[in-house]
Design a protein around this ligand. Structure first.
Ligand code: 13P
Length: 363
């Protein structure tokens, strides 16, 4: 049986809790820019640029040098390893730029997916081996939180018990190691949009995955007040013939979360998962408006749904930087409002209702 020693020391608890609560402060959310070099390479190719370190740096510089008002809506940003060490044109480290803006840097820690042997064509994430050492290094560089994503596929016989248990265990080990090094773990069980299932199936799978996850976090003595959850919203699969309304998505999503996520967790920051920019905002807004109990902050941790218009407007050209930054501000503001349930639908964007879905999406 666990003993009374099974909690982090009080000072560490305080630090973790404070960081987690700051990230999900009212009206704020997370800008996810932790695309791997391969992931950002596809985006660079879409604007006719080569996947060089300098082009990746130029794009990230555009984001991080957006007007200071960005931090009215964005409390934190998730980085990829390379980004932690990159600088602006004038030699200022990105980490310094973010600190000055009051945006908390975090780090993607999973090292992508590999096949889960003898499963139903499912996957697992890797990166646990040297994790404590990597956490300590990122903490030294100024990161205060981390994220780790485990995708789960809905199919006729999936996710399997094997995949659900593996996801829960891997996320629990990751979370426990993060906390031991003073980083707030964002745990991300991502029930994918891929598939032709209906919303009821998506809800049930999400509930089962969350139940397994919080059992494992508890088994590993993870201090829940110092964690955040980054789940999928509950929607029908991409291939399902009929879309659900934001109100239906909100009802299914909050119901699933109420059944699986302890109220001790300070906040839930959704991934956008291939939804269009406007869908992701409208759904978040409805989630915050739905007439159900909501013991946690409910906000955004979007990648594609904050950046699609930025890429479209930038198009790889220096003369478009300012306009692209305005697009980022607009999406950040819309989602900040949605996280309070007060978005009125008028902040449209250039990539607007264009789907950001791609099959087996790689970050
Ligand atoms: P999307 O919002 O593009 O799904 O990205 C979320 C994510 O997990 C990146 O950190």
């Amino acid at each position: 049986m666990p003993t009374h020693f099974s909690y982090p020391p009080p000072a560490l608890q305080d630090e973790l809790k404070k960081t987690a609560e700051t990230i999900v402060a009212p009206g704020k959310g997370i800008l996810a820019v932790d695309e791997t070099n391969e992931g950002i390479g596809k985006l660079l190719a879409s604007v006719g640029l080569q996947n060089t370190e300098n082009n990746r740096r130029r794009y990230r510089q555009l984001l991080f040098t957006t007007d200071d008002s960005l931090s009215d809506y964005v409390s934190a940003t998730i980085l990829f390893d390379e980004t932690v060490y990159q600088k602006t044109e004038d030699g200022t480290p990105f980490m310094q730029v973010l600190k000055k803006k009051n945006i908390i840097p975090g780090i993607k820690l999973d090292k992508d997916v590999v096949p889960l042997f003898l499963s139903e064509d499912e996957i697992t994430t890797q990166g646990l081996d040297d994790l404590a050492k990597r956490c300590a290094e990122y903490k030294k560089q100024g990161c205060r939180f981390a994220k780790w994503r485990c995708p789960l596929k809905i199919g006729e016989h999936t996710p399997s018990v094997q995949a659900i248990e593996d996801t829960a265990h891997v996320l629990a080990r990751y979370a426990s190691i993060c906390q031991s090094e003073g980083l707030v773990p964002i745990v991300e069980p991502d029930v994918l949009l891929d598939g032709d299932h209906d919303i009821v199936r998506a809800q049930k799978v999400t509930e089962v995955a969350l139940a397994a996850l919080y059992k494992a976090l508890n088994d590993h003595h993870v201090y829940l007040e110092g964690t955040l959850l980054k789940p999928n919203m509950v929607t029908p699969g991409q291939g399902y013939p009929k879309k659900s309304t934001p109100e239906q998505v909100a009802q299914a999503t909050v119901t699933a979360l109420l059944r699986g996520v302890p109220a001790a967790v300070p906040g839930i920051a959704f991934l956008s998962g291939g939804q269009s920019e406007e869908e992701a905002t409208a759904n978040l807004n409805a989630i915050n408006r739905v007439n159900l109990k909501k013991p946690w902050a409910l906000t955004f941790s979007y990648g594609r749904a904050l950046q699609a218009s930025v890429w479209k407007t930038w198009a790889g050209k220096d003369e478009n930087v300012k306009r692209a930054q305005l697009e980022l501000l607009k999406r950040a503001k819309a989602n900040g409002l949605a996280s309070r349930g007060s978005y009125d639908g008028i902040l449209t964007s250039s990539a607007g209702d264009k789907s950001n879905f791609s099959k087996n999406h790689k970050y």
